[in-house]
Design a protein around this ligand. Structure first.
Ligand code: IPM
Ligand code: MN
Length: 366
């Protein structure tokens, strides 16, 4: 029987409770589809840091390479200064394991309330491919003359050609995979007749960040020769914030830099029903990948049973796709949609059911 070694990092705040529901769902699909998941739990997070002063050692990081996947709830603690856990755990994992893609599908399910009038599931169905190892996230920079009137702080937006190439290659391939059986519905008949199957939009700021997006643009155009079926598109990040609200149907796959991807996917999450339903995958195509909901640890709601576990559950759908358990992935998707039809809202504390009830309902609908 196929056996997967899964590292589970429940983390802080609502992390453990949404992960608990996720694992119920994972156990249920593994029974149905006849595979085994061997789980190993790790207590990395804010609680451990406050007790022991440890964030995440190199040995602990390297230990995770032996797993087939990592399932992470959330890290973040109100008593820990901002940056310590984010840099010391989350970004250390993403960078250290070279999970260079942060995949964030944006899909509005039926019956999910969200604030844009006149837009529905037929309009909101795209994927953000967020570069996950470069940009201002590397922390390159300094504070000079600290505390003086001449103080200067820098944090540099930095991209190597190699980082840009591997990210764009993944994005182009993703477009083809997404439309392997049917072209994207946003294409015109003429575009379809020209052989296009989908569209790749680069989200940047080429009018100001002239160096960085010159590199992205050149690499994208060169690479596009190998992907003549993919229509190229470019949108500035500020305009993106308009289109994601007013015309989300114009997007198929959006590829963008780390910081812009962070920002636009929070906006996008609102249009898919909120942080309670937004999943993500940190992917290293040739090593171990890590699956985590987009939301944080929401400490003020921890332990109350009000958090929505669907983001953590949909994250497992991405894990199943990654592990090539496509039937299990499709089943999770169906079960989540059927449970959404019974919920009042996707928002924390307003769901009409507790965290555990939702987990049970999804597991039973499989
Ligand atoms: C996210 C988070 C992280 C990020 C933080 C916690 C470092 O906001 O996963 O989107 O900026 O990537
Ligand atoms: Mn974020």
């Amino acid at each position: 029987m196929q056996t997967y070694k899964l590292a589970v990092i429940p983390g802080d705040g609502i992390g453990p409770e949404v992960v608990r529901e996720g694992l119920k769902v994972l156990d249920a699909v593994s029974r149905t589809y006849d595979f085994k998941v061997e789980k190993t739990f790790f207590d990395y997070g804010g609680e451990r840091y406050l007790k022991t002063g440890q964030v995440l050692s190199d040995d602990e990081l390297n230990g995770l390479r032996a797993f087939d996947a990592i399932y992470l709830g959330a890290v973040g603690h109100p008593d820990v200064r901002p940056g310590i856990l984010e840099r010391g755990i989350l970004l250390k994992l993403r960078f250290g394991l070279e999970q260079y893609i942060n995949l964030r599908p944006v899909h509005l399910y039926n019956n999910v309330p969200m604030p844009i009038k006149n837009k529905g599931p037929e309009h909101i169905d795209y994927v953000v491919v967020r570069e996950n190892t470069g940009d201002v996230y590397t922390g390159e920079g300094e504070i000079r003359n600290k505390g003086t009137a001449d103080e200067v702080a820098t944090q540099v937006m930095i991209y190597s050609r190699k980082q840009v190439e591997r990210c764009l290659k993944y994005a182009f391939e993703y477009v083809l995979k997404r439309h392997a059986t049917a072209p994207w519905k946003g294409l015109s008949d003429e575009e379809k007749s020209q052989g296009y199957v989908g569209k790749l939009t680069l989200c940047g700021k080429s009018n100001v960040l002239t160096n960085v997006f010159d590199l992205w643009d050149r690499v994208m155009k060169t690479m596009s020769a190998q992907y003549p079926q993919v229509k190229l598109d470019y949108v500035h990040v500020d305009a993106m914030c308009i289109y994601l609200i007013e015309a989300p149907e114009r997007f198929d796959v959006i590829v963008t830099t780390n910081m812009f991807g962070d920002i636009i996917t929070d906006l996008a999450a609102v249009t898919q029903g909120g942080m309670g339903v937004a999943p993500s995958a940190n992917i290293n195509p040739s090593s171990v990948s890590m699956f985590e909901p987009v939301h944080g640890s929401a400490p003020q709601f921890a332990g109350k049973g009000v958090a929505n576990p669907l983001a953590a559950i949909l994250t497992l759908k991405l894990m199943m796709e990654h592990l090539k358990q496509d039937k299990a992935a499709a089943d999770i998707d169906r079960a989540v949609q059927s449970v959404m039809l019974r919920m009042k809202s996707m928002l924390i504390g307003q769901m009409g059911y507790s965290t555990a009830e939702i987990g049970n309902m999804v597991a039973q609908s499989l």
